[in-house]
Design a protein around this ligand. Structure first.
Ligand SMILES: Cc1cc2nc3c(=O)[nH]c(=O)nc-3n(C[C@H](O)[C@H](O)[C@H](O)COP(=O)(O)OP(=O)(O)OC[C@H]3O[C@@H](n4cnc5c(N)ncnc54)[C@H](O)[C@@H]3O)c2cc1C
Ligand code: SF4
Length: 587
């Protein structure tokens, strides 16, 4: 039996990127806010100290700060005819656990989606006709436009200190930036990172091919910066210990670097860590949330009443919490009805590995977002007519790291151990780079999330089941992109190249990206979406859900820039809701 606690104005589930931003903004407006976080408290000074942060074995190999599968995992299958089995070791994606969430160990590649991405269904039909849309798709326009989100992208970029070069300010194309981006009000808050030799070769080769390279927007910041919350950041040292690590140098934007120092000073804010929210509690008629029930580290159950419940638990766990709480009707792929779990999507990866004869790339001088990119083949920036697929990818030449344990690229066919392997690592380490395409994934009826009928977690709740595979459209797109990457790699002067295509069923084993999207999608119609355009639940208006679970499908970019923009967009709506508590959109 849960013990009942005093009521709070706002209960936040999860203290990662979106939870910490909402917690700060709402508590500084005077509201009583409690954030419940299933993992431990984490600070830069104590947890990511300069002497211990760069421990590859502890963090990158042994996953020290990630979610442990024994705490919570998913079952997975490629299609509905299979029986799903539990993921017992995280591989393809690495969910966060603890204060800061996945925002602690992310890379920091911080993109805005393109204007066409927000109305991709209408746009593609207008330009090419309905026949271009892939079989079985459930592609939907977003209920917000790029223009709606522009000021909110700007807000997130300012809080995170993003380093980059604008490509379009107020409609004027800017030399050196991304000419395809939507118009922005002003430039990034800090200038782009310094590029390495491989990026220089990429930029020269791509420009020579008539393409439009630019420095990738980065949350590893280039110069000292103080954000609007008064949090100070230091310039990145290109140490190459971003992805899977906390930054010891206060250079990578994260909740720890950019929000928590301000948040912990707010007297009306309280954080409770090692508290796992089990479900949202509903009123008798199921129409309002009354709070949440959680279990603390000692196994004791508590009921935390609250007027407003904000679910900020990362996209996958947002979906599970709604399913466990009975908020919204679960999606049924057999009938196409129901909404929770609908339109789960991911990201494609393909490209070319380029081996040079004489180059010295120094891959150890790296950072999670260091890279030169181009968008000529993203979204609908090129003519899709002859290719027969929807979607696109950003193409990037980057070094996230050159670390000793896991970074040892060798040519295909090299033995995986012994003296021949050692020689290949020695010969290759300085002379290899990649041109990679990170692509969109559309939404389909057979890619979805629901509760597993068999497997349960330690608290007795059903695990979430993921049913996902790449469809022909994504394979075609990713493999076409791989050829574009290879053209660029050859133009850079590579002696040999190896193309990496998207083949075989999607696998949970090798790391790909932690860019899981969909499942609580936003939309204009409650029959095909869980949330309205303000991330408010259609069914329970005092519940808002933040994160990439709101994306109707995924674009050819990393998600967090758009996740941050949507969080600030929803924040304005939450203030409106608090003035007049009611659905913000009438169905
Ligand atoms: C290795 C890696 C690299 C990445 N690189 C990039 C990148 O370069 N660019 C990019 O755009 N994105 C990147 N991402 C993704 C990025 O980290 C996420 O998009 C972002 O952190 C999402 O923010 P969020 O607030 O939705 O979730 P999170 O930041 O993950 O926060 C969610 C929090 O909720 C907590 N929680 C979950 N369930 C419960 C519960 N039931 N009760 C209590 N607490 C709960 C979790 O412990 C977590 O702390 C990367 C992710 C990883 C793992
Ligand atoms: S590369 Fe830069 S941002 Fe990344 S961990 Fe090192 S100092 Fe921090």
């Amino acid at each position: 039996m849960a013990r009942r606690l005093p009521r709070k104005d706002v209960v936040i589930v999860g203290l990662g990127w979106t939870g910490s931003i909402l917690a700060y903004e709402l508590s500084r407006s005077g509201l009583e806010v409690v954030a419940l976080e299933r993992g431990p408290w984490r600070d830069t000074a104590s947890d990511f100290n300069i002497g211990t942060a760069a421990d590859e074995l502890r963090y990158a190999v042994r996953h020290d700060i990630f979610l442990r599968p024994k705490q919570e995992t998913l079952t997975m299958r490629n299609n509905p005819s299979q029986t799903a089995l539990p993921i017992r070791k995280w591989g393809s994606f690495l969910p966060g656990n603890g204060v800061g969430g996945a925002g602690v160990h992310w890379n920091g590649q911080t993109w805005r989606f393109l204007p066409d991405d927000f109305r991709i269904r209408s746009h593609m039909i207008e330009r090419y006709g309905e026949a271009i849309l892939p079989e079985g798709n459930q592609i939907q326009d977003w209920p917000v436009s790029y223009e709606d989100l522009e000021p909110h992208y700007d807000k997130f970029e300012r809080v995170a200190g993003i380093s980059g070069k604008a490509g379009n300010i107020k409609g004027e194309v800017q030399p050196g930036g991304n000419p395809f981006e939507g118009a922005r009000e002003r430039d990034y808050p800090t200038p782009p990172m310094r590029q390495g030799y491989a990026q220089e070769l990429f930029t020269k080769a791509a420009s020579g091919m008539g393409l439009h390279p630019f420095p990738r927007p980065s949350a590893n910041i280039s110069i000292a910066y103080t954000n609007p919350y008064g949090c100070s950041m230091a310039p990145c040292t290109y140490c190459g210990f971003c992805e899977r690590f906390g930054c010891a140098n206060y250079s990578k934007a994260s909740p720890q670097t950019c929000v928590l120092p301000a948040l912990v000073r707010e007297p009306t804010f309280e954080a409770r860590t090692e508290c796992e929210v089990m479900h949202v509690n509903l009123s008798g008629d199921g129409k309002m949330a009354t709070g949440v029930t959680y279990v603390d580290a000692s196994g004791e159950e508590w009921e935390q009443p609250g007027d407003l419940v904000l679910i900020c638990a990362y996209s996958l766990f947002n979906v599970r919490l709604l399913l466990l709480s009975g908020i919204g009707r679960p999606f049924d792929p057999a009938t196409g009805e129901g909404v929770v779990g609908r339109n789960y999507a991911y990201q494609t990866g393909s490209g070319s590995t380029a081996f040079f004869e004489d180059a010295k790339f120094n891959p150890f001088a790296a950072a999670g977002s260091l890279g030169a990119a181009l968008d000529d083949y993203n979204s609908d920036n090129f003519d899709h007519g002859p290719h027969g697929f929807v979607g696109g990818a950003n193409i990037t030449c980057a070094y996230t790291n050159g670390r000793p344990i896991l970074y040892h690229p060798t040519p295909r066919g090299t033995p995986t151990w012994g003296s021949a392997w050692k020689k290949a690592v020695h010969d290759t380490y300085q002379r290899v780079t990649t041109v990679g395409a990170q692509g969109s994934v559309m939404s389909y009826r057979n890619n979805y999330l629901d509760l597993d009928p068999t497997y349960k977690d330690p608290l007795g709740r059903p695990l979430m089941r993921m049913t996902f595979d790449y469809q022909d459209n994504e394979r075609k797109m990713a493999n076409w992109m791989a050829d574009r990457c290879d053209e660029i790699a050859k133009a850079m002067g590579a002696k040999t190249t190896q193309i990496g295509r998207l083949v075989g069923p999607w696998s949970v084993v090798p790391y790909q990206t932690t860019h899981n999207t969909g499942g609580t999608i936003m939309g204009s119609d409650p029959r095909t979406s869980v949330l309205n355009r303000y991330l408010q639940s259609w069914d329970v208006p005092n519940v808002f859900v933040t994160g990439a679970s709101a994306f109707p499908q995924n674009a050819g970019y990393n998600p967090t820039g758009t996740v941050g923009a949507l969080t600030y967009w929803a924040l304005d709506a939450i203030f409106d809701y608090l003035k007049s508590p009611a659905p913000l959109v009438q169905p």
